[in-house]
Design a protein around this ligand. Sequence first.
Ligand code: 16G
Length: 236
Amino acid sequence: MNEEAEGKSARLRRHLLSLLGDELAPHDRLPTERSLAEEFGASRLTVRLVLDQLEREGRVYRVQGSGTFASEPRIAKSVELTSFSEDMRARGLRPGSLAVTEERIPAGAEVGYALGISPSAEVLHVRRVRTADGEPICLEHSYLPSALVPGTLGEALRGSLYEELAGHGLALRRAEQTIRATVLDPADARELRVAAFSPAFLVQRTAYDARGRAVERALSLYRADRYSYELTIYRD
Ligand code: 16G
């Protein structure tokens, strides 16, 4: 790209980012490629390359034959130990849960190791599809040692698990977690109402209370089109 086109594309990108930030609501249509090209005195190719970049960043999406649209904002998760309900409320979204199940099962090797209990020790497995304003965005499996959580949680699971645990003297203070990229198998994708094999973040978390007891092993699958991770990093 020559210098002039580079200057135009930088200006166009700034313009589009400010439109996306201030004026356009999710799913609003962006100005057409042709009108952007005219307004910025740029070629259609320059406009298309700028839109391609915004599409790769997840800021816009295209619909064949109908144009380019503003994406839903991603829910930026920070590295603080927060619950799903807190994350949603902080963004003005209503947290919810669908398809809630709970069952007692043996921990098994992976969960047992993470929780520091025997693979044959019993855990309460809670499975929930988490929603933001009614839209499914995350599939969560939580495993809680029966020794710490002996009863069923029932209706409490419609609300916040972390608030419920705190009410039982199991407030969570620290967690270790790994995040990796994955794709959703067809059954999980159906529950999250996205196409089979859509990208997702798999977050595995072990959360501890103030006494250092491992209270929860969780596997959360977040829709990658709705989430991003935010880290503050330091240099000495
Ligand atoms: C978060 C946790 C999950 C926990 C849930 C509790 C991650 C990766 N996972 O989604 O382990 O069970 O919050 O949310 O952050 P709740 O209190 O709203 O039920």
